[in-house]
Every structure is written in C-alpha cells, then in structure tokens.
Design a protein around this ligand. Sequence first.
Ligand code: GTP
Length: 444
Amino acid sequence: MTSNGISEDGEAKGAFDAARGIRVGTPTVVLLPDLGAENARDAGARLDEAVGLSAAIALDVVHSEIVKVRSPRPATLFGTGQVERIAATVAAAEAQLVVIDGAVSPIQQRNLEKELKAKVIDRTGLILEIFGERAQTSEGALQVELAHLNYQASRLVRSWTHLERQRGGFGFLGGPGETQIETDRRLIRDRIAKLRRELEDVRRTRGLHRARRQRAPFPVVALVGYTNAGKSTLFNRLTGASVMAENLLFATLDPTMRSIRLPGFDKVILSDTVGFISELPTQLVAAFRATLEEVLEADVIVHVRDVAHPDSDAQHGDVSRVLRDLGATDTPEAAPLIEALNKVDLLLKDQRESTLEQAARADDAVAISALTGEGLDELQELISATLQRSARVYEYDLGPEEGARVAWLYEHGDVVSRRDEEGRTHLRVRMSEEARARFERRPA
Ligand code: GTP
C-alpha cells in the first residue's frame, strides 16, 4: 500500500474503500459555511439536507451548525476564532469526522484536519461517499470509483508543490519523496485507464440490452425528482412492490423498473431513478448517466415534487436544469413531462388549497400524496392520457404476402386488436409517430 491506500498491483479493489476510510457510526460534526452569497436556499434547510446526507451513510451526527463566513480564508476557510471554537466543539463531542457542506480546497482540508484533529470532507467528498455506498449496478460502481479517483488525483496534483517542499524539495532530483507521489499518481492514472476500459465494456453490453428492451412495445414512464421527494413511495404505491422506501436520501440509486397497468394500457414500464441534489459536482452527473439515461428513453417523465419542502421551487429549478442538460426536455424528441405535486397531506389549509388550484389550472400537473394515496387515480389517468397522446393507434389491412410487415408491427408496436378475414390481416396498432413513419417507409 502507498500513502494513498492504492495497492501496488493496480487491481486495488480495496483501494477505493481504504481511501474512503469512513465507517458506519462515526461521530460526526456537520458544518454549513454560510457565505452570505445570493443563495436561493434557506440556510436551515441546506443544513438539514447536509445532516440528512450524512445520516444516509449512517454517520452519527453529534452536532451541526451554520457557520457565517464573511470572507473565506484561503488557509482554513473559517476565521481563526471560529476554527478554535469548532475545535473545542469537535473535542467536546469526541467527533472523528467533520463534514463541511461546501467546497473546501486541499490546503484548507489539510489545515483544518490538523487544527480540528479530525478527518474533514467537503460536499463533493460526502456525495462521493453516498454514491459509493449506494451504487449497485456494475456501471454505477465503476463510474463512482472513477469520479472518486479523479477527485483524489486532482487533490494530489494540486498539493504537489506543497508536498514536495515538505519532503525536502528533492523532487527535481528524483528523490524518494517524488517517487512516492509519482507512484501514487501513476497508480491512480493506471486505475483510471483500466476503469475507463471496463466502463466501455459495460456500456456496450448495456447498449445491447437497451436495444432489446426498446423493441418491446411497452411505453416507459420514468419517475424523477429531488432526493426525498417521494419517488420510491410513489413507485411502491403504483407497483405494489416494496422497493426500499425510507427516510434516507438516495434510497434509490440504480434504475428500478417494474411493469404496471394503467387505464387503457396492459403493460407500462415504470422506472424509478436516482434522486437529484443541488450543486451536484459535474463529474458525478456523468457518474450517474446509467440511471439518468433511462429518462432519455421514457415516453413520459413524471417529475415528483415535495411541495411541502421550504425549497420546493429551488429544487424544481435544479431538477429542470439537469433534465435540460441531459437533453431530456426542451428538444423536439423530448418526452412529455408531468408534475406530481407530492406530500399535499403535509400542507396547511391555505397552502393546500392553492396547490390544488395550481394543479387544477395546469393540464400537466396533479396534486398527490404518495403516502395517503390521494390523487393517485388522477395521476394514473393523466399518465395514460399523455401516453395516448404521444402514441397513437393506426390501422392497417395487410395481405397474405405481408407476413413480415405483420411481424414488424408486433415487434415495434402495441397491437390493440387483430381480425383475420379471407387471408387478410386487419390490425390496430398503437405506435409512436416515429415507428409509424418507419413502418410506412418500409417496402411493401
Ligand atoms: P431518494 O431515494 O433519496 O431519491 O428519495 P425518494 O424521492 O425516493 O423519496 P422516498 O420515497 O424515499 O420518500 C422520502 C420520505 O418522504 C419518506 O420518509 C417517505 O415516507 C416520505 N413521503 C413520501 N411521500 C410522502 C407523502 O406524500 N406525504 C408524506 N407526509 N410523506 C411522504
């Protein structure tokens, strides 16, 4: 093992785990640096989210607070007095880990670790921990590891001069200090290259699976939403399945799919996706493409919103932005989007009435409670109606010589009815506009 926990053989199964080094139940202090910038979010709610994220990986949060930072100090982020006070809190609570819900530079991290006598991680580090813990598909796990190594590598590179000096400045002579860091960097680089190759393989296989599924004539409905919005609860309600639903963030990281019946549809695939969060580091958006890509194939996207959350609007903005960046909305091919205004059971009378009115006015929104079941019939009707609008039923009368075309329609469409008469086949098929166009371009 080298200083970064990367084993020499490059296989490094344990490397990633060792580098994470955070254990269940670690006594943890959570700090939210409030930089006073125009942040649309309420600082209290942001702190709650950070505590929730920490609890999601079973850290034992013993203290949490908002720390006002007037001008961030390059060396320690917080002011000298603040650092002393925090150190006393950490000592009194016997905390071993300090989570800082913001960006912390490698230098600040190192200095703070020294002053606070505890391990320090920032928001990206925390999210990486969560993603690392919850990623279950092989692609998810590989992508998280890749993101984590890239994060580590950037810290190693940036702290290069600092470490070099610390090791006596022999770096340029090829001294032992340099060799050590070079080894770490090379191992990380090799591991990253290997992961990239593995990812390519996994992607190729997944592409094949998807091609197969795409041919299945079932519409796909994807649930998206901010973390803790209630996607899993809704998914369970609609499917009758008991997919893990708990008051844990990121209970659903990997795509979960089930088939359900909806009015007018015998079979619809419902897919639950990873929860979104604000300030998701860009490397991580890539790390979760496997899940998010499901959204690109959906025929209808249902955006589940927690309307009882104080930052509901900001969360809505975040989810919408990510969906747009992915190309899942605002493009000609984009699937229609429905909003499920969830948790109405938690609203006070006035808020509740205005939410119900808002939903009644919009033709693409429904007020629901995934918990009590309120509004779910209406939601299912709206999904059906939207699906029906986006895929229409076409009628064909095919001759005995057109067996291949009949087979094509079975493969690419949803055959609603069939009548065989005097050798001719009369089919009514529900298909997307795109499938219809392809069918009609085929030679007779
Ligand atoms: P991630 O997996 O983090 O993305 O969360 P999620 O969107 O799947 O949320 P989940 O279904 O796990 O619900 C989060 C919490 O909200 C749980 O404690 C649910 O019981 C609760 N919840 C979900 N829907 C409702 C609702 O309609 N009303 C109330 N009161 N609570 C709800």
